[in-house]
Ligand binder design. Structure first.
Ligand SMILES: Cc1cc2nc3c(=O)[nH]c(=O)nc-3n(C[C@H](O)[C@H](O)[C@H](O)COP(=O)(O)O)c2cc1C
Length: 187
């Protein structure tokens, strides 16, 4: 698939199963991630791969964090939260380790991590894998960050679920017409 075709056809997977990207594919995907633009060459990106038995432990962490946020939460909601970690055979957490004492604004470091996450989505698609980009409350939860070995002031920008799309084509989310989102400024 050429680059423009990958860009024009990427969409989120409907459902993910094995096989996940193997070591070779994951390395190719992460090499695309670190091609993200990066103001000041700060290299803010941190990637954490979670697979195999660790996905179960990740599910426990998500449930513990939900319980801490909502102590009266019903057990079936905790079970649902736990199960989220098992939506795919591989999760890549994308975070920004933000340098706050320099001249590059925090938002630009977070944007760079977002660009890295999008490169992961596109590289996975180009290699015929499916992907879903999720965040939600766990992305902002200090318990989740600590459990993943991140600092509390790191910014998690994505939990990217990766595998093989077994959900068939999604009803493709419509895209805007370019003329609806483009204006031309003529001074
Ligand atoms: C920063 C970010 C966070 C997102 N978090 C979630 C999420 O937590 N749950 C969700 O269902 N979709 C989330 N999405 C949206 C989906 O990943 C997806 O892009 C959207 O459903 C549109 O589908 P498409 O990618 O096929 O166009 C997020 C997207 C971005 C950019």
């Amino acid at each position: 698939m050429n680059a423009i075709e990958a860009l024009h056809t990427r969409e989120s997977a409907a459902k993910l199963q094995e096989p996940a990207p193997d070591e070779v594919a994951l390395e190719a995907i992460l090499k695309a991630a670190v091609r993200a633009p990066d103001h000041g060459r700060l290299r803010p990106w941190r990637f954490i791969a979670i697979r195999g038995e660790a996905l179960r432990r990740f599910g426990e962490v998500l449930a513990e964090a939900l319980q801490a946020r909502s102590p009266a939460i019903a057990p079936d909601m905790l079970a649902r939260e736990r199960a989220k970690a098992l939506r795919a055979p591989l999760v890549v957490v994308v975070a920004a380790r933000i340098q706050r004492d320099g001249k590059i604004p925090e938002i630009e470091q977070i944007l760079s991590a977002g660009a890295a996450a999008q490169n992961i989505m596109l590289a996975a698609h180009a290699l015929a894998y499916g992907a879903m980009w999720k965040t939600g409350d766990p992305a902002y939860d200090p318990h989740v960050k600590r459990a993943l070995g991140l600092h509390e002031d790191d910014a998690i920008v994505a939990f990217i679920y990766l595998g093989t799309n077994s959900g068939g084509p999604r009803p493709s989310a419509t895209r805007p017409e370019i003329h609806d989102v483009l204006t031309e400024w003529r001074g």
